[in-house]
Design a protein around this ligand. Sequence first.
Ligand code: AHR
Length: 870
Amino acid sequence: MTPGTHLRRRPFPTAVGAVLLLASSLLAVGGPAAAGPAPAPRPAAHWTFDEGAGTVAHDSSGNGHTGTLVGAGAGWGPGRIGPDSLAVTPQSSVDAPAGIIDTTRSFSVSAWVKLTSVAGYQTFVSVDGGNLSGFYLQLRADTGTFSFTVPTADSITSGGAVASAPWTPSTGVWYHLTGVDDLAAGQVELYVNGVLQAEVRVSGTWPATGDTAIGRGYYNRGQVDWVSGQIDDVQLFQQALTGNQVCGLGVGLDGSCAPTPATLDVNGAQPGPAVSPSLFGSFLEDINHSVEGGLYGELIQNRSLMAATTPDDWSAVTGGAGQASIALDPGHPLNSALTRSLRLSVGTVGAGSRVGIANDGFWGIPVHPSTTYTASFSAEASTRLTGPLTVSVEGTDGTVYATGTVRGLGTSWRQYSVRLTTARSAPDTSDARFVISTADPAFAGTSVWFDQVSLFPPTYQNQANGLRVDLMAKLAALHPAFLRFPGGNYLEGDTIATRFNWKDTVGPTDQRPGHLDDAWGYWSTDGMGLLEYLEMAEDLHAQPVLAIWAGYTLNGTVVPADQLGPYVQDAVDELQYATGPVTSYWGAQRAADGHPKPFPVSTVEIGNEDFFDASGSYNDRYTAFYDALHAAYPSLKFIATTPVTSRPYDLIDDHFYSPPAWFDANSHYYDSYPRTGPDVFVGEFAAQSGVPTPDISAALGDASWLAGLERNSDVVRMASYAPLLVDVNDVTWPTNMIGFNASTSYVSPTYYAQQLLAQRHGDRVLGVTTSAGAQLQTVATRDSRTGTVYLTVINPSPLAAPATVKLTGLGRLGRTATVTVLAGTSSADTNTITDPNHIHPVSSTVHGLGSSFHRDFAPYSMTVFTIPAG
Ligand code: AHR
């Protein structure tokens, strides 16, 4: 599969996810019903498809909704219920009259289906609207699973709810599907064979008043989603069926619709590949203010006044009789890099008044008790002024939390610095701003220019120009094996001018012009430049994976091969800056910048997502960069972003963004991947459900996916989730691993899922055989030194999954094991900035598990067993 295309082929599923996620945080959820059979209510329509001949399908409900077989491929086959069923191929269906059910009220739909192909979208039952179907009981192409899809409105951009089974069906097998749209509960549900598969929240209804269709759907004003297979016993109900009623529709007449207990056989005698030591890494790019205003410690927004042609984020302070105004002044550059400054034009400063400038930071300035900030700025005045400037962090109500003074403004630029400390009694808040002001009447009638106005809180490991402590602590606790940076789209830029031009990001910060992060819509000062990214990797003890800009931008600009020379040289220089001896030109620059020791960059990625380059130039561009870099650094490893034929590459970078059900169903994606070519780097992946951070359903999709990557460690060598960070005030990208605001941060269920997998594994994969039909995803590993066995079991379904776990060929098993569970109570259960610890792993000790034990895996859960053995 071409990475990313499953998201883009058809816009509707993506929008569905996003709207669903937004809706999901607003509504309450009911638990899954216990499933024992109960009589179903009278259907509004019921096609048994037992005619066996002709083109008429009678409605046995007595309501007279006779269907008509349409298309040459519509006919008859052996029945699942009764003697016959409807047999359909593409371009054929059964059309029944309009108005059988009202889609603005609760309803249910059920059908038996047996497929001859599980490719593409196939809709079994639907009702036509103006643009879309009112619902689709279907197989989805993007997830490969059965789903009940209910659009929120009759528009392809409106979104909706998608309740999907977390597993891929087989051809040639009869399945019973029921979709329930329960407006009272505000959710839609999908049952397969009477077992609840998913329940997702939804808002908004609309009347789909067209024909009822069996064997197709309706999308973008066209008939689509043709079915290849058989359909039997279709029923429509004008009410939300309960779990017991679904069970009673014929699937549970044996007495129960409870899930069949699974068996999981962990076999020590069937060791798999060695676990890739570099599998679990991180990827950082400046998106959602991840870096600027986030990880990068600077608290002042637009500190260098280069972000806009107006003094954005700055305001004049005028208290009492003080009069002053501010303006952006291109006539007073600080230097050739920072070509504009902020002019404070003072009118009057009377007794008891003040004038000055204020900056609101990135959605506030964080205040915490007993905290020391370092404030600095450059300033010059229209005349010498000896009076003090007061530098402070103040509440928006005027409360002064920390303050200091500087003196002696001259008529040429000078840098000032002062430390500000909050009291022990200071609150934790971000309802504050940064102010430089004066109450000195001598300032009346003068102008003062400011530039590179900076405020740093304490930083990680107290580094100057450093990183935010809480975010770095969270990243460090993931122990990433590598750090891929600086992008992503951020690397590429929308244009050549706005790419990550590394040479503009090194040296003193007031010599860095900054650039527009036009991929994500804000200014980057480049205070976090190449050196800081490399130092971050060093601080995390992670291998730096340096992404090299490779002559292609997001707006489709391609640098022609004969003009690539300067950019290729930039790349060679970049490697020299990172890895060269201090005697080299760029190595000496690095030393002058404060880091004489070379960084251990052994792997570079050439470009980003070059499969989007429709011109097909990547092969040639890769060649140019490869040849120069390989000649200069023969041991360098190369990552290609899409296959090339011109030169070798060590890894291919695959990217995946999809709904959780896709990841649940594709845990085995790499099982059949060729082992004869370059290895795989899954440089970006995310199960997308939850805004701004993933909910438990997404975390379990991510866990199922990572489990599959770990099982395939012989070919998948590295993986990193994306995006890593989001300021909850700037959610440009919907689903991100760690959320923060100016003063606090939290981790998502996906963070915990990755952390559990990354920290609880051995060095050798073990085979796990799972009984047919089990909805559980697993990975088992063993520590060959200690013998400890790690077994991770993921249950993404809304029902507890009973299973018998057997451990064979593992020698003597220790009596005491640790069981760690990460679980939610509904698919949308999650952590938020105001409820940061809602979902977290809980560990317990269990005694005497033995070589065979029973476990009910909780709904929406991930369970990790750590079992001593030897
Ligand atoms: O992770 C967000 C974006 O997704 C990355 O910048 C890009 O590489 C991908 O399209």
